[in-house]
Design a protein around this ligand. Structure first.
Ligand code: HEM
Length: 159
């Protein structure tokens, strides 16, 4: 469960920073500095002309990998409750939808409704990743309590 806790915390932290970067992309008006999809004009090579958008896409790709890895480990875990599995599946579906929507935002030249939907879907994704983390923390707490109780029990039997 430690792995799941660490993974879902890392995913949430990276996603939180991505939402900040996205806000900066939008507010500073650099959303179309990378007009191609999926790569920027110089492929994988970053350039100062489109560095913010390049970072947004790279962190989005990292987030996608982390969210899908969290779902894979959650589904594999015997301790994960049903709610945690459902939250991680919704998060994985949402991250794929969000990355696809990001591409459409570029193709449609920052259409206002699409950018707003991109922000909204980002919040749904954040909620699902947060829920997965809260479940992971809850399971860990329960495990600590159970271990403490059983060691107290065996200590009182010995006395
Ligand atoms: C997990 C993936 C992603 C998340 C959570 C995310 C989140 C965000 C957020 C919160 C914003 C700010 C929206 C606003 O202030 O209204 C934003 C802006 C933006 N995102 Fe993403 N994003 C993701 C992936 C992508 C991808 C893959 C692209 C593709 C190129 C992309 C393209 C953009 C663009 C162009 C903007 C600026 C829109 C504008 O200029 O108004 N995003 N993103």
């Amino acid at each position: 469960m430690y792995l799941l806790k660490a993974l879902s915390f890392t995913t949430l932290a990276v996603l939180f920073s991505l939402i900040f970067i996205g806000g900066y992309v939008s507010a500073s008006g650099v959303g179309l500095t990378c007009p191609d999809w999926p790569l920027c004009p110089q492929g994988l090579v970053p350039h100062e002309d489109f560095i913010i958008e390049y970072i947004h896409r790279s962190v989005a790709a990292t987030t996608g990998i982390l969210v899908i890895a969290t779902m894979a480990f959650t589904l594999k875990s015997k301790d994960a409750p049903r709610g945690m599995k459902i939250a991680s599946i919704i998060a994985a579906g949402t991250v794929i939808g969000q990355i696809t929507l990001g591409a459409i935002v570029i193709v449609e030249r920052l259409h206002a409704i699409l950018v707003t939907a991109h922000l909204g879907l980002g919040l749904v994704l954040f909620s699902m990743v947060l829920m997965t983390l809260l479940y992971a923390l809850k399971i860990d707490n329960q495990r600590i309590k159970t271990t403490a109780m059983s060691s107290n029990l065996s200590a009182s039997k010995d006395n």
